[in-house]
Design a protein around this ligand. Structure first.
Ligand SMILES: [Zn+2]
Ligand SMILES: [Zn+2]
Length: 373
C-alpha cells in the first residue's frame, strides 16, 4: 500500500506552521476517532492522521520527512509515543476524550523504553564548578535469563489464540443504531498477544527485571537549581528490541551559607564596622574563587554595592562568566565601653555633617537601586 503524503493527510500544504499542524490534527483526530466515529474506514483514517501528526510534530522526524519523504523505514506507525514539542498524544487524548481511551497498537512492535527522571541534590560549589559523580538508580532492564521473552529456558512463548496475537479482542453488539464494535484488551494475554506456558524463574514472565544501575553523571559547570540534563539511552530498556528511553537528571542545588546566586552572579552581604565605613579600609572578601582584596573608600554607606568582575559563576552554556556583588551593611555598635561612648559623644559634639546629609544620600542610593543603577 502506498502511503499518502502526510501534509495531504492533514489537509495542509508543505511549510505549514506547527500551530496549523496541531490544529489540523486536533480536528481530524476528533473526527475519525474510533470511539466517536463508527463508519467503516474511520479507524484507518484515524491511524493515518495520527501517524502524520507524529512525524510532522517532531522536529527531527519532520526534517527527515521533508527531505526524504516516506523513504525512511523507521517512520512506520510505531505507536503513539510522545509527539514532539511537549504536545504528546496523551495530552490530546485527555483534552478530547477525557482520558482513559484504549490504545491500539501492535503489542509486538518495537517500542522505545520509558524516560526516567531523577532528582539530584548537589552542593552549591558542585553546581558552580561542576563535578563527576556516580549515581545509582533502579531501572527496568531486559531479563538476561530469558533474553526478554519471559519464558523459561528451553521454552518459548506462543501466540495467543484468543486474539491472534493482536492483544485486542472485538466484541460486536447489535443496537438499535446498528452494530457497535467494541475493542478490549485481550484478557487471556493481558494485551501482550503472547501466552507463556512456562515462566522464566528470574523475571516471573515479565521479561524485564528492575536493577540498580550505576551511572556516571557529569555535573555541568555552572548548572543552576532546577536545570535538567538529558542522558540519552539511560532510561528504561526498550520493548521488543526498541531503543532504551532517556534519563533526565534535574539538579537541586543546596543554598550556601554566605553566597546567594542569581543566574551567573553571586551576592554577598558584608558587614562593616562604623569606623571601617567612615574611615575606609582594605579588607579580604570571600568569593567562590577564593579571597580577594577589596578597598572600602572612606564614607561608605550601608547598601553600597561593589562589583567584583568575573568573580561569579561560569555560564553553563559557555556564555561568559558572572560577577560577584558585595553589598555593604554598616553595623551600628550595640555594646560600647564607657571610653567609647565618651569619644562618640565628643565626635557628635564636634559635629560636621548633619544626619540630614546621611539620609539624603542614602535616599539617593535607594532611588538609584530601584532604577537599577
Ligand atoms: Zn490475547
Ligand atoms: Zn526472564
Amino acid at each position: 500500500m502506498s502511503k499518502r503524503d502526510y501534509y495531504d493527510v492533514l489537509g495542509l500544504s508543505k511549510g505549514a506552521s506547527k500551530d496549523e499542524i496541531r490544529k489540523a490534527y486536533r480536528k481530524l483526530s476528533k473526527k475519525y476517532h474510533p470511539d466517536l466515529n463508527k463508519e467503516p474506514g474511520a479507524e484507518e483514517k484515524f491511524k493515518e492522521v495520527t501517524e502524520a501528526f507524529e512525524v510532522l510534530s517532531d522536529d527531527t522526524k519532520k526534517a527527515n520527512y521533508d527531505q526524504f519523504g516516506h523513504a525512511d523505514p523507521n517512520q512506520g506507525f510505531g505507536g503513539f509515543g510522545g509527539g514532539g514539542d511537549g504536545f504528546g498524544f496523551e495530552d490530546i487524548f485527555s483534552t478530547f476524550f477525557g482520558g482513559g481511551g484504549s490504545r491500539r497498537r501492535d503489542p509486538n512492535a518495537p517500542r522505545k523504553g520509558d524516560d526516567l527522571q531523577y532528582s539530584m541534590t548537589i552542593d552549591f560549589m558542585e553546581a558552580v564548578f561542576g563535578k563527576e559523580m556516580e549515581i545509582e538508580i533502579p531501572k527496568e532492564e531486559t531479563c538476561e535469563t530469558c533474553d526478554g521473552s519471559g519464558a523459561k529456558k528451553g521454552t518459548s512463548p506462543t501466540t495467543c489464540t484468543h486474539c491472534g496475537g493482536s492483544g485486542q479482542i472485538s466484541i460486536t453488539q447489535n443496537t438499535p443504531l446498528g452494530q457497535m464494535v467494541n475493542r478490549r484488551t485481550c484478557p487471556h494475554c493481558q494485551g501482550t498477544g503472547k501466552i507463556i506456558p512456562e515462566k522464566c524463574t528470574t523475571c516471573h514472565g515479565k521479561g524485564r527485571v528492575t536493577k540498580n544501575k550505576k551511572i556516571k553523571v557529569t555535573i555541568p559547570e555552572g548548572v543552576d537549581d532546577g536545570q535538567q540534563l538529558r542522558i540519552s539511552g539511560q532510561g528504561e530498556a526498550g520493548h521488543n528490541g526498541g531503543p532504551a528511553g532517556d534519563l533526565y537528571i534535574v539538579f537541586r542545588v543546596r543554598p550556601h551559607e554566605k553566597f546567594i546566586r542569581e543566574e551567573d552572579d553571586i551576592y554577598l552581604e558584608l558587614g562593616l564596622t562604623f569606623p571601617q565605613a567612615a574611615l575606609g579600609d582594605e579588607i579580604e572578601v570571600p568569593t567562590v574563587h577564593g579571597n580577594v582584596n577589596l578597598k572600602i573608600p572612606a564614607g561608605t554607606q550601608t547598601g553600597t554595592r561593589f562589583r567584583l568582575r568575573g568573580k561569579g559563576v561560569k555560564n553553563v552554556h559557555g556564555r561568559g562568566i558572572g560577577d560577584q556583588h558585595v553589598v555593604v551593611k554598616v553595623m551600628t555598635p550595640k555594646k560600647m565601653t564607657e571610653k567609647q561612648k565618651e569619644l562618640m559623644r565628643e565626635f557628635a559634639a564636634i559635629g560636621g555633617d548633619s544626619p540630614d546629609e546621611y539620609s539624603s544620600s542614602l535616599f539617593d542610593k535607594i532611588k538609584r537601586t530601584i532604577k537599577g543603577d
